[in-house]
Design a protein around this ligand. Sequence first.
Ligand SMILES: Nc1ncnc2c1ncn2[C@@H]1O[C@H](COP(=O)(O)O)[C@@H](O)[C@H]1OP(=O)(O)O
Ligand SMILES: [Mg+2]
Ligand SMILES: [Mg+2]
Ligand SMILES: [Mg+2]
Length: 310
Amino acid sequence: MTSNIPLIVRLLASSVSVANRAGKIVRDVMSKGELGIVEKGKDDYQTEADRSAQRCIVASLAAQYPKVNIIGEEDGPDEGDVASDWLISDADKEVLSLECPADLRSVKEEEIVVWVDPLDGTSEYTQGFLEHVTVLIGISVNEKPVAGVIHQPYYKTILGGEKIMGRTIWGLQEAGVGGFTPAPPPDSLIITTTRSHSNPLVEKALQVMNAAQVLRVGGAGYKVLQLLEGKASVYVFASSGCKKWDTCAPEAVLSAAGGKLTDILGECYKYGGSESRPNKTGVLAAVSKDLHNYALNRIPQELKDALSKK
Ligand SMILES: Nc1ncnc2c1ncn2[C@@H]1O[C@H](COP(=O)(O)O)[C@@H](O)[C@H]1OP(=O)(O)O
Ligand SMILES: [Mg+2]
Ligand SMILES: [Mg+2]
Ligand SMILES: [Mg+2]
């Protein structure tokens, strides 16, 4: 009986299933070839895939968890009827069987804020860097990300000679992570950072790291996946531009794996429903607290000051 299963576990299991469906929408829009690009601001785009995936996620979760505060990146698409094949009520079986952390067992719908990024890496999506694209659903309680889903619609697996598209990574505080094979960080310092939103401060923060290699890829979700899979050691983005829906799910998954995501000053973002959307003071993340601390100590005070004054 799913009704005996704690709400957070059910919501995470539902989020895994709905993220899979949203990922299929993202692929379908691309294969049809009509992206319907709208420019929201400088270097800031929205496509039909962003709009449709958000409708699918928000409508599916709102139908099952009506009192949860669900906040999506895109304006507008949550109104009106949603096609029935976008209304997902399945819940992932593996996640449903997870042990719920004791302090989350009696959480009520009213105490939860879900941050939805229906398509993270929109610039990369429009430019054909499809591996960088993710669907992000972050679940927060008491302002903290406690569970999250990072779905990668274009990840390919060959199973019994058959090609399967998409994979879904999840994390739950204390219970751990799943959907992929975690790997230790590389031996040398490899940094992952923005591909499409750089500026002089971003570059300054990269220089001071003195890294062996800098990987420039799209999306907050994809960069955190690179940390979890041992492709990079630290994620550095010394700029505003990311918002709460970009970091909630990645932070939840990374912390469940023992890592840490903060701003460039080392402060945690808060994920309550009334928090301002922008993450003004950037992103600093690493797969371990030691690596996070190491990177934080390399950032000079004047850079931190420059970012907090903006
Ligand atoms: N200047 C910006 N304007 C709009 N979105 C941004 C900006 N900087 C970062 N983002 C969001 O944060 C994500 C990670 O940033 P980056 O890829 O530059 O490292 C982007 O994919 C984008 O999310 P989205 O694609 O969902 O709009
Ligand atoms: Mg966007
Ligand atoms: Mg995003
Ligand atoms: Mg987005």
